[in-house]
Ligand binder design. Structure first.
Ligand SMILES: Nc1ncnc2c1ncn2[C@@H]1O[C@H](COP(=O)(O)OP(=O)(O)OP(=O)(O)O)[C@@H](O)[C@H]1O
Ligand SMILES: [Mg+2]
Length: 257
C-alpha cells in the first residue's frame, strides 16, 4: 500500500476533472486522504463539493483523472466490484437518500445485512445501539423515514453510514439543518468514529465550527480547483481572500484559546 509520511494513503485523487456539457465544475483536483486523518472540504455553494464526492464513490464518472481507494482504481471499475468496495465505506449524501420503503432500523443496518445474516431482533438491537449515541429515541426504529423529521432523517442517515464501524467515512453536509447541540453531537461522533477505529473521514461542510471540531486538514474548492489547503488553525490565520470570507463571521478565539 502506498504511504506518505509513514501513513497509509486511503484515498488518492489525481488530476480529476469533471464538466457537465459546457459547465466546467472541477479541474485538476489532486489530494490524498491518509489513514487516521479527518479532512474537511469547504467551498461556496455550487463550487463542486458534492460532485467531487459523487465522483469518489462512482455515482458520477470523471472526465479525466484517477481515484484510488485502498489501492484500487475506482475509475472504470466494474460495477459489481465497485459496489463491493463501497460496502466498506460509510457514506451520507447531502439530501439524506434513505430508502423510503424500509423502516429506519432496516435503513441503518442495510450494509451489515448485506454482508452477514442477521435476524430482526439482532438488527433492531444493532440499530438501537447506534441511534442512542445520536440522541434519537428507540420508537423511531419501527417508523419509516417519511414519518420522522428532517433532522431525525439526517441522523438516521449518519447511523446508517457508521453502522459496522467502516474505516472510511464520507459525509456531505452532515450537520446542515440541525440545531447546534445536535450538530456538535454529530461532530463528536465523526471524531470518535475516526479515532476509535483508526479510520479516515472526508466531511463536506459549510459550518466553520464543525471544521474546527473535526478536521485535521481543510481543503477549499474555488474556481474549479483546490485553491487552499491547511489546518483549521492555519485557516484562521490565513491571508487568502476566499478563506477570509469564510471565516469572517466567526470569532476564532471561541475555538482557539
Ligand atoms: N448531475 C448533474 N448534472 C448537471 N450538472 C450538475 C449535476 N450535478 C451537479 N451539477 C452542477 O455542478 C455544479 C456543482 O454542484 P455541487 O452540487 O457539487 O455544488 P456544491 O459545492 O455541493 O454546492 P452546495 O454547497 O450548495 O451543496 C453546479 O453548477 C451544479 O449545477
Ligand atoms: Mg453539495
Amino acid at each position: 500500500m502506498e504511504k506518505r509520511n509513514n501513513k497509509k494513503v486511503i484515498i488518492k485523487v489525481s488530476n480529476l476533472s469533471k464538466s457537465f456539457n459546457n459547465n466546467i465544475v472541477l479541474k485538476n483536483i489532486n489530494f490524498q486522504l491518509l489513514e487516521g486523518e479527518s479532512l474537511a472540504i469547504i467551498g461556496a455553494s455550487g463550487s463542486g463539493k458534492s460532485v467531487l464526492l459523487k465522483n469518489i464513490i462512482g455515482i458520477l464518472q470523471p472526465d479525466k483523472g484517477s481515484i484510488v481507494i485502498n489501492d484500487t482504481e475506482m475509475v472504470n471499475l466494474p460495477r459489481n466490484l465497485k459496489e463491493k468496495l463501497l460496502l466498506d465505506l460509510g457514506i451520507t449524501f447531502q439530501h439524506g437518500a434513505l430508502f423510503d420503503s424500509l423502516k429506519n432500523w432496516e435503513n441503518i443496518i442495510f450494509k451489515t445485512a448485506n454482508k452477514e445474516k442477521i435476524n430482526n431482533k439482532q438488527g433492531k438491537q444493532l440499530a438501537f445501539s447506534i441511534i442512542k449515541q445520536l440522541g434519537l429515541q428507540p420508537k423511531i426504529l419501527d417508523l419509516y423515514p417519511s414519518e420522522i423529521s428532517g433532522g431525525m432523517q439526517k441522523r438516521v442517515a449518519i447511523a446508517r453510514a457508521i453502522c459496522g464501524n467502516p474505516k472510511i467515512l464520507l459525509f456531505d453536509e452532515p450537520t446542515s439543518g440541525l440545531d447546534p447541540v445536535t450538530g456538535s453531537l454529530i461532530d463528536q461522533l465523526i471524531k470518535t468514529a475516526v479515532k476509535t477505529v483508526g479510520g479516515s473521514a472526508i466531511t463536506i461542510t459549510h459550518d466553520m465550527a464543525s471544521v474546527c471540531r473535526i478536521a485535521d486538514k481543510v481543503i477549499l474548492i474555488d474556481k474549479q480547483t483546490i485553491s487552499w489547503t491547511g489546518t483549521p488553525k492555519e485557516m484562521f490565520n490565513s491571508t487568502n481572500k476566499k478563506i477570509q470570507e469564510f471565516i469572517k463571521p466567526i470569532n476564532s478565539e471561541i475555538f482557539f484559546k
